[in-house]
Design a protein around this ligand. Structure first.
Ligand code: ZN
Length: 276
């Protein structure tokens, strides 16, 4: 009997979680241990023949969940906003070529202007790339980031803000990536997950943990079970909406990157079964 305890069919690992590995190493090592969900970070696509990458992914039976990351639309400088549009169009093209149905946006922010202005520019940016995304069959997910990143990485900091923006844009191709690391502290989280699900906007679900204490705000994420996030409870809320996508393990960790990555992958599987 296939037990839930050994079911990895909804497990996805972000390539940046195993940062020391290149794309081939990620694909070969994930698939060798029964992990077939993968979100590809663009750093491992640099200088790659994308068609060959697609063949490698197909040969190993990988299911490409998304490409990360696009975004960084807001800037006080017009040239930078235009460069962001070009970069996001390229991101869509990369996603389409490797067979990813979704790109995830780190929305961006510019500390030299109000957050409202950055959100306005973000919306403009999404609307500009939307026609190409639709033509390519690639959806777009806004990922709200923890408020500690509001000054420079994202002017969207709560699921409520992301819900509001996707409701305003109101297009089947624009939804949300919900990440427990960014959202766990929010007392409206359960209600906002419901709202997101009711709108059919929940496109992706990212998991990791919040270390106590956290010693670095970028590269000290924990493995599920290491910290204080009630991952199982949040996953329950997500699945209650009818979400049937992958649980994506996205961990930036200097600590884990310094360890043997194959042993780490086993730890990830264990944490997925026991704490997710
Ligand atoms: Zn995430």
């Amino acid at each position: 009997m296939a037990s839930q305890l050994t079911d990895f069919s909804k497990l996805c690992v972000h390539t940046l979680t195993t940062k020391p590995w290149d794309l081939r190493q990620c694909v070969e090592n994930y698939s060798a241990v029964g992990i077939h969900g993968i979100t590809i970070w663009r750093n491992v696509l640099e200088n790659q023949n994308l068609k060959e990458a697609k063949t490698l992914l197909d040969d190993c039976g990988m299911n490409v969940v998304s490409v990360a990351r696009g975004g960084f639309f807001p800037s006080v400088e017009k040239e930078k906003r235009q460069a962001a549009i070009s970069d996001n169009l390229f991101c869509i093209e990369q996603a389409a070529t490797v067979g990813a149905p979704l790109i995830v946006l780190v929305c961006g922010a510019d500390g030299r202007q109000p957050l409202e202005k950055s959100r306005e520019q973000l919306k403009e940016g999404i609307l500009k790339i939307l026609p190409q995304a639709k033509a390519a069959g690639v959806k777009i997910a806004i990922e709200p980031l923890h408020p500690m990143y509001a000054a420079d990485r994202s002017a969207i900091n709560t699921l409520a803000q992301a819900n509001k923006m996707t409701e305003e844009i109101n297009d089947d191709f624009v939804g949300i990536a919900a990440d427990v690391y960014h959202l766990w502290w929010d007392n409206t989280l359960e209600a906002e997950i419901k709202r997101c699900g009711a709108n059919n906007k929940l496109f992706a679900f990212h998991v990791c943990d919040w270390n106590v204490p956290t010693i670095d705000f970028l590269n000290d994420r924990g493995l599920m079970g290491d910290g204080c996030i009630p991952v199982k409870q949040i996953r329950g809320w997500v699945e209650d909406t009818g979400f049937s996508g992958h649980n994506e393990v996205e961990i930036f960790s200097d600590k884990y990157w310094a360890t043997d990555q194959k042993a780490y992958l086993e730890k990830i599987k264990n944490a997925y079964l026991n704490f997710t």
